[in-house]
Design a binder for this molecule. Structure first.
Ligand code: OGA
Ligand code: MN
Length: 194
């Protein structure tokens, strides 16, 4: 897989899956970086909803997140931004989406965590164009659960959250959910915006 083939998958299927996007050493470095942020206590419960409905909704999602900025980055974070920026360039050249900003966070689901079926953007808001998820689970097995289910018109695709796998889909079009995980489930998740 390369970034052009990945972009073509998104164009054809509205969904791109790239196993092994991260090398083993990059995966280990990012997974360790996430753990350090967690140990430093910088994760917070993730919110959903809009306006007065914005807040922590236990029955909708159960992960904690830590937003990553572009300053004071660790080496692992800087390397990640280089990869994201390179991918954005290819997505723009291949799909003409006019992507500019990118916002992203580490996400960690505890044992028993899930995120019910949803879209990544609010109705009428087209700021988020492409959703990106990069899994950071070092030793995922089928018994761990926590599949990402992406819904199509009459079917769905289940994606294993195996460390190093990159997933992208169109934020306004693909409903998706995180099925219940049976062990901690970690990722970096973000959105290319217009
Ligand atoms: C999200 C999301 C999917 C995943 O954070 O909005 O849908 O597989 N994540 O973690
Ligand atoms: Mn989502």
């Amino acid at each position: 897989m390369n970034s052009i083939a990945f972009a073509q998958q998104i164009r054809t299927n509205g969904l791109g899956v790239w196993p092994g996007f991260l090398s083993k050493s990059s995966l280990q470095a990012l997974a360790a970086d996430l753990s350090e942020c967690q140990e430093a206590g910088s994760f917070a419960r993730a919110c959903t909803g809009q306006g007065s409905g914005h807040g922590i909704h236990e029955l909708v999602r159960r992960d904690t997140v830590h937003w990553l900025g572009r300053v004071d980055n660790t080496a692992a974070q800087s390397n990640l931004w280089v990869r994201i920026d390179a991918l954005k360039k290819v997505l723009n050249q291949t799909l003409f989406l006019g992507l500019s900003e990118f916002d992203g966070h580490y996400a960690s689901y505890p044992d028993g965590g899930f995120y019910r079926r949803h879209l990544d953007c609010f109705k009428g808001d087209s700021t988020r164009v492409v959703s990106l998820i990069l899994y950071l689970n070092l030793a995922w097995t089928a018994a761990d659960g926590g599949l990402l289910r992406v819904y199509g018109v009459n079917s769905h695709t289940d994606i294993k959250p195996i460390g190093g796998t990159l997933v992208c889909f169109l934020s306004a079009e693909s409903e998706h959910e995180v099925l219940t995980t049976h062990c901690p489930r970690n990722s970096f998740t973000g959105w290319f915006k217009r």
